[in-house]
Design a binder for this molecule. Structure first.
Ligand code: S3P
Length: 176
């Protein structure tokens, strides 16, 4: 059964480089929803960038802030929320997202994710000697979690955000 909140609250999940922010902005505009990005909101409130939070509080500190933020933002009305790539690691986050709105997994194969995130300095988990291997390992670990939480899985191939947003709008209406 489709969640009645489907058109009021959309939640985007997927790995770093899936396009959650860019596609999210376009899709929100198309559907007249307010766009909010969990990571950007954490940064705004902390007054520092994500890598600094990781440096000062470690990943556990960041995950705690992220869980609180998702809990808060996933209760807003008429919102499109772009979550951070690791939000699905927590069963509590997954349950909240799934129950409170319509969850869309933006899927892309690891090779494309690696290309899109290459050289990015704002993603501490990819700041390793072998980011390609890290992207692949994270994909292997998380793909099932994204699928588990999602009401809909959408392929984000090389099409632009507007094209993908259109596909999503069509698919949402199909699942009515
Ligand atoms: C993370 C993804 C990032 C950010 C943090 C951790 C992850 O979000 O939350 O760097 O664990 O995959 P994006 O997916 O928006 O880059």
């Amino acid at each position: 059964m489709i969640n009645p909140a489907a058109h009021e609250r959309l939640f985007l999940v997927g790995p770093m480089g899936a396009g959650k922010t860019t596609i999210g902005r376009t899709l929100a505009q198309r559907l007249s929803l307010a766009f909010v990005d969990s990571d950007a909101e954490i940064e705004r409130r902390c007054g520092v960038k994500i890598p600094i939070i990781f440096e000062l509080e470690g990943e556990p500190g960041f995950r705690m802030r992220e869980a609180q933020m998702i809990d808060e933002l996933s209760q807003r009305d008429r919102v499109l929320l772009a979550t951070g790539g690791g939000a699905v690691l927590s069963a509590e986050n997954r349950a909240r997202l799934r129950e409170r709105g319509f969850v869309i997994y933006l899927h892309a194969p690891p090779e494309i994710l690696f290309e899109r995130t290459r050289g990015d300095r704002n993603r501490p988990l990819l700041n390793t000697a072998d980011p390609r291997a890290r992207v692949e390992a994270m994909y292997t670990e998380r793909d099932a979690l994204y699928r588990d939480v999602a009401h809909l899985v959408v392929e984000t191939d090389r099409a632009g955000p507007r094209e993908i947003a259109s596909r999503i709008v069509e698919r949402i209406h199909e699942s009515d």
